[in-house]
Each structure stands twice: as C-alpha cells, then as structure tokens.
Design a binder for this molecule. Sequence first.
Ligand SMILES: Nc1ncnc2c1ncn2[C@@H]1O[C@H](COP(=O)(O)OP(=O)(O)OP(=O)(O)O)[C@@H](O)[C@H]1O
Length: 227
Amino acid sequence: MLLESRDLSVGYRDQPLFNALRMDVDTGEVLVVTGRNGSGKSSLLRCLAGQQRPLGGTVTVEGRTADDRAPRFRRSVAALLDGGAWYPNLTAAEHLSFVQLVNDPLPDDWFTAADLTTALALDGFADTVPGQLSSGQRQRLAVAMVLARPSRLLLLDEPERHLDETGRDAVGRLVVEYADRGGAVVLVTHDASLATGPGLRTLSLDRDTTARPAGTSGKRRRRSGAR
Ligand SMILES: Nc1ncnc2c1ncn2[C@@H]1O[C@H](COP(=O)(O)OP(=O)(O)OP(=O)(O)O)[C@@H](O)[C@H]1O
C-alpha cells in the first residue's frame, strides 16, 4: 500500500477535527476528499504531506512515517497545497524547465515540459513572468510544476482554484493520467466535476470520518478515461 493512515486524529490544541481515520490509497488510485468549509481537508493533506503532526495515529507512505524533513519522503511526494512559490524573474516556461532540470534524469515515461504545456495550454504565456500572469494562469503553472517532477504520491488541495472549465477539465485528465502512470493521488476539491468519475473513490470528512475504511474499495481501471 502506498499511502496508509491508521487511527488518524487531526486537529489543533488537542481539539480534533476528526478521529480514527483509516485510509488506504494504492498505486493507480485516486481518492477524492470532500467536506464542508472547515471540516479539516487541508489539515488532513498537510498531515499526509508530512508537514503537520497528527494529534494521534499514523500516516505512512511506502511504509515510512510521513515527514517532509526526510529527503526520501520528499522525493516520493509532490504536493500542491496553497498556491505555488515563484521566482519573480523566471518566465512560466523557465519555471517548468527549472523543475525538470533539478530532477534530471527523469524516468523515461515521466510527463515532459511539452506534455504539460500542451495539456494545460501554457503556450500563450510561456514567456511571461509570474507577476504578470492572471490568477488562473498562475494556477495552471502551479499544477504543471507539481506534475513536472517525478513522484509516487500526488497531493492536491483545491487545484480547481481560479481555473475556468477548460482548466478544470485538464486537471481532471492529468490526475487520471498520473494514476495511470503508477502514482497515487489524494485530491481535495469542492468541484463536483472533479469529484466524480468512473473508479474514483471519495472520502467525505462530513460523513466518513469514523473508524472504518474510507470510501468504496477497488482500484480504478487503467486507462479508463475516467471523467
Ligand atoms: N494552524 C492552525 N491553527 C489552529 N487552527 C487551525 C489552523 N489551521 C486551520 N485551523 C482550523 O482548523 C479547521 C479546519 O481547517 P482546514 O483548513 O483544514 O479546513 P478545510 O476543510 O480545508 O476548509 P476549506 O473548505 O474552507 O478550505 C478550521 O476551523 C480552521 O480554523
């Protein structure tokens, strides 16, 4: 199992937002997390990303405790949690090239900068610096960058932010493609169109945060063209 949580309790100052969460996400799977504002979705993702200590229980990725201070963990996990970090003088295309250069050599079958540029329609602003991009263009670039580096687990917090319908569709397709390439995805969203699709599993923090497995079981079919 790529990602596991057991008896997970997440919250602040000893006040849990939810308790006893058991979650399994394996390669090839997409788990969509939903819930009302303030239910703890972002807090959960930060725990999965090893950036926040749970109040109780465990999170493991490939059998190791989630901890973003560990280089091996950081290599496995790509997270887009609250917007991107930008180099003010690098263009959109240079941001993408930079991520891929730092992670060279990439696995043969990994997303290329050209794949991501096409999928997210970045061409029109490839030579523009972040400060001169619209919010939606910056979000497209942030999604491209989190996919540009090789990883096994992809954590996305409301990737639909600022995106038009075409952008949201592109994100939906890329998430499925990432899983088809052997990754596991946990996607937090308020967008019903991203939250549904053949084979996607869902976890509602309003409904499912009890001591039982989240969502339905079963792997998504490969190349199902879900969405
Ligand atoms: N650093 C923090 N310290 C204390 N409380 C926090 C902290 N971060 C979040 N919270 C509280 O935890 C609760 C859950 O926040 P979180 O951001 O995880 O919710 P969410 O489900 O992602 O919400 P939304 O749908 O609005 O994005 C909120 O009541 C919030 O005020």
